[in-house]
Design a protein around this ligand. Sequence first.
Ligand SMILES: Nc1ccn([C@@H]2O[C@H](COP(=O)(O)OP(=O)(O)OP(=O)(O)O)[C@@H](O)[C@H]2O)c(=O)n1
Ligand SMILES: C[C@](O)(CO)[C@H](O)COP(=O)(O)O
Length: 234
Amino acid sequence: MTAERARGGLWAVVPAAGHGARFGGDVPKQYLDVAGAPLLAHTLRALLAHPAVEGAVVVLAADDAHWPGWHECAGKPLLTCVGGATRADSVLAGLAALPESVRADDFVLVHDAARPNLALADLERLLERGRNDPVGAILATPVRDTLKRAGDDGGIDATPSRERLWRALTPQLFRRLQLTRALEAAQRDGVAVTDESMAMERQGHRPLLVEGSADNLKVTTPSDLAYFAYLRSA
Ligand SMILES: Nc1ccn([C@@H]2O[C@H](COP(=O)(O)OP(=O)(O)OP(=O)(O)O)[C@@H](O)[C@H]2O)c(=O)n1
Ligand SMILES: C[C@](O)(CO)[C@H](O)COP(=O)(O)O
């Protein structure tokens, strides 16, 4: 691979086909307004702000009634496709919908629609280190709180060590075909992977952990949305 190709354009897959059961409400959280724009717009702007990111495939629910029909963001193309019942289904659909110009061994970013607060410096760090790794990399942040394992009665069963524990974030950066095969293998095995790295680890890979900001939050509940709105207002 030439140096130019290695540093060439990257595409992203943005899984946005969830229904926000934990968030509640009638409007899927990715379409709720914060600081004058839908959450998904904040996510896409942050992702496409990096000059190396060429475009994104946004994966929508089959019954999505809120997609505004955007064709571009930050002057870069947006494509859409229909996702599936699981995150892995949606990411696989997004990988299949990438332009033909994205080759099998090209790196691809996967970034949650529900993570609107991606910092450019974190994305740059992920690309700089991840594109020099044989497998790829994920943004993550070290666990800084003491962890507790809850018992059925709500009492504390254990205090597991937080030593060397990190919280996985997104974007996650992997090669298109390798990730596709890893996700397909997890599906064949009936394993519900909660992120792309888990599928790659099942194949024996050890993706790089690249530290990112704990403020790269995933909007899961209304309090997360309120926190993001505060961050945008600060
Ligand atoms: N079948 C699915 C499930 C989730 N997602 C996406 O994966 C990201 C992270 O998932 P999560 O925060 O769990 O979103 P939801 O699945 O919508 O939330 P919930 O689990 O509360 O229903 C979100 O951008 C969501 O839209 C997806 O594209 N397809
Ligand atoms: C991919 C992810 O954001 C990494 O932490 C997380 O696993 C998504 O989990 P969810 O339950 O689908 O929100």
